[in-house]
Design a protein around this ligand. Structure first.
Ligand SMILES: Nc1ncnc2c1ncn2[C@@H]1O[C@H](COP(=O)(O)OP(=O)(O)OP(=O)(O)O)[C@@H](O)[C@H]1O
Length: 238
């Protein structure tokens, strides 16, 4: 049987002051190296589930195992360290530090994690060289590398955020609608590049998007509504 990157069993999560859980999933299994598109209507809990997979929040019952670690048994501090070492997270708003340069933003991921730096050492490459390789792969010209990240276009910032998520080869990349501001061609190009990097480094990808035209980039589509018994606020089709 293929190794599982993510295994959730009977997982429940309820936001404060809500009477019903937003997430109530009996079974979730994602294999190592799989590329998953997570879909569901607005308000169905996609971002909430990603925050559980990344250990930003902890499930209140059940077990959620990511890369053989049961996140429900870890303190917030240990989950934060686990995320820095093993998970690249691309947020909707990219979360770049606008006054730091493009390169500095990418290097931040290494500053926060010794393990990622060690993985680069094992490959005989420096953090700087790998930042440059990833930025080049993602189509960010060298003239932009020393510029403040806030000066870049939305599409360029998105690719910088992807480079930051990929550096040091974390085993799992979680992406929450990182392509929403791009046109269709740019989305396809971005997904092609992200997929190539994930394939080369055997990275598992869990990607949320409302864009149905991107389905062909993924190994499998998980419809959240089909596995989640939690409450959902219907806000439109995704
Ligand atoms: N920080 C929070 N505090 C309290 N409730 C929250 C919080 N974040 C999300 N929720 C609630 O959890 C439910 C699911 O929200 P979530 O953002 O996970 O959905 P989604 O499927 O990602 O939606 P969208 O596609 O619109 O981004 C909603 O009812 C929302 O109000």
């Amino acid at each position: 049987m293929a190794t599982l990157c993510i295994r959730g069993q009977q997982i429940k999560f309820c936001w404060p002051r809500q009477s019903q859980p937003t997430i109530d999933i009996a079974e979730l299994a994602i294999k190592s190296g799989e590329r998953i598109l997570l879909r569901g209507p607005s308000g169905s809990g996609k971002s909430t589930l990603l925050s559980l997979l990344a250990g930003v929040h902890a499930v209140q019952s059940g077990t959620l195992t990511v890369l053989d670690k049961d996140l429900s048994q870890l303190s917030q501090r240990k989950r934060d360290k686990f995320r820095a070492d093993h998970i690249g997270y691309i947020f909707q708003q990219f979360n770049l530090l606008p006054y730091l340069s493009v390169i500095q933003n990418v290097l931040l991921a290494i500053d926060f994690s010794k393990s990622r730096g060690q993985r680069l050492n094992e490959r005989n490459t420096s953090a700087r060289a790998e930042s440059e390789r990833l930025l080049t792969r993602l189509g960010i010209a060298s003239e932009l590398w020393e510029k403040p990240a806030g000066n870049l276009s939305v599409g360029q910032q998105q690719r910088v955020a992807a480079a930051r998520a990929l550096i040091g080869a974390p085993e799992l990349i979680i992406a929450d609608e990182p392509t929403s501001a791009l046109d269709t061609d740019a989305r396809d190009t971005f997904l092609n590049l992200l997929n190539e990097e994930c394939e080369q480094q055997n990275i598992t990808l869990v990607f949320v998007t409302h864009d149905t035209t991107l389905s062909h980039h993924f190994d499998r589509i998980v419809e959240l509504a089909q596995i989640n018994q939690g409450t959902s606020i219907e806000g439109g089709e995704a």
